[in-house]
Write a protein that binds this ligand. Structure first.
Ligand code: AVJ
Length: 322
């Protein structure tokens, strides 16, 4: 097996700078918000992995079902030589794609990209060990900043799975898809996972599970701020809220202050006041109708080749050609 390469384009210092400016912007805005990017420290990533196994959280299982059913088609349609995965996390579902592309005989290189260096280090090591013929090149990067996808002329397939694109606001999404389209050459592909619009009660349950794991995941972002920015959030002073925004067709996670609070954020030399009942929005998770996926891909200059769903039409997987 060849040693996996790990390229760091987003250092701890970059992360620290980005966290500061993000938190300053979000906590001085009205209403207040934080970027979901900051959920994923080691504890947050572990909590997210637990979420994906919860009975209420269907997206991971639904996407895995579509991938399992269509991986062979994806390999045949793309004949990709390089698989780039954005926001790769554990790269667990990606193995279905790796297996199909290796089986097809075209794949040479796997390039997972993630903001979390520990997660990426573990994922690249595991994939390199299990796929001896494959060159594994991990990149620590923030794909919302600038898209740095290497190319040595290989035919690429970029996978953006899990419905993570739903974390971007509509304008950010349009910008991101255009960027990605410009990075790719004609004949290269994007494989995009999108959670689909469905019964709001089922959606809310998926983001407010009975065991309270999602609530812990949500509150964890305050612990990240306490540790990284010397903030004084009392995490027990906030309720976890998941609600369906029918107009925007997205799930919002919020943290609702249970009482009046003043929070000191030492690294920003800032005091933030919360009124009882005030919400801090921590995540937007957009849900899509198939027509919207098609429209947004077309607007970015992609040609939609396939849009598959699982048998229960809960999750969509689109294959689009640049
Ligand atoms: C990783 C962004 C796809 O939006 O469903 C899970 C994150 N938040 N439960 C999602 C998440 C609450 C997840 N994504």
């Amino acid at each position: 097996m060849s040693e996996p390469v790990l390229e760091v384009r987003f250092t701890e210092r970059d992360a620290a700078t980005a966290l500061r400016s993000d938190v300053r912007a979000g906590l001085t805005d009205a209403p207040k918000w934080l970027s979901p990017k900051w959920f994923y420290d080691a504890r947050g990533s572990a909590l997210f992995d637990r979420i994906t196994a919860l009975p209420e959280y269907y997206p991971t299982r639904a996407e895995r079902a579509v991938l399992a059913a269509r991986a062979g088609d994806i390999a045949a349609l793309t004949a990709a030589q390089e698989l780039v995965e954005l926001g790769s996390g554990s790269s667990e579902k990606t193995r279905l794609l790796l297996d199909a592309l290796v089986g097809h005989g075209s794949l040479r290189r796997f390039v997972p990209l993630d903001v979390s260096e520990p997660a990426l280090r573990a994922a690249t090591a595991a994939v390199a060990a299990d796929y001896p013929g494959l060159v594994v090149h991990g990149i620590v990067a923030d794909f919302t900043e600038r898209l740095a996808i290497p190319s040595d002329g290989a035919r690429r397939l970029v996978a953006f799975l899990g419905g993570t694109i739903g974390n971007l606001l509509p304008e950010e999404r349009a910008w991101f898809l255009k960027e990605l389209r410009h990075v790719l050459r004609h004949g290269e592909f994007l494989l995009l996972g999108t959670d689909l619009v469905k019964d709001p009660a089922a959606l809310v349950r998926a983001y407010d599970d009975a065991e309270g794991v999602t609530a812990e995941f949500n509150r964890n972002v305050l612990l990240v701020l306490n540790r990284e920015l010397g903030a004084t959030f009392d995490v027990t002073g906030f309720d976890h809220v998941a609600l369906w925004n029918a107009e925007q067709e997205w799930i919002e996670m919020r943290l609702r202050a249970l009482r009046d609070m003043r929070v000191h954020v030492a690294a920003l030399d800032m005091v933030v006041s919360f009124g009882a009942g005030e919400d801090l929005r921590t995540e937007v998770s957009a849900k899509f109708r198939p027509e919207r996926v098609a429209d947004e891909l077309a607007a970015a200059g992609f040609a939609l080749r396939r849009l598959w769903t699982d048998d229960h039409v809960r999750f969509g997987l689109s294959l689009a050609e640049a």
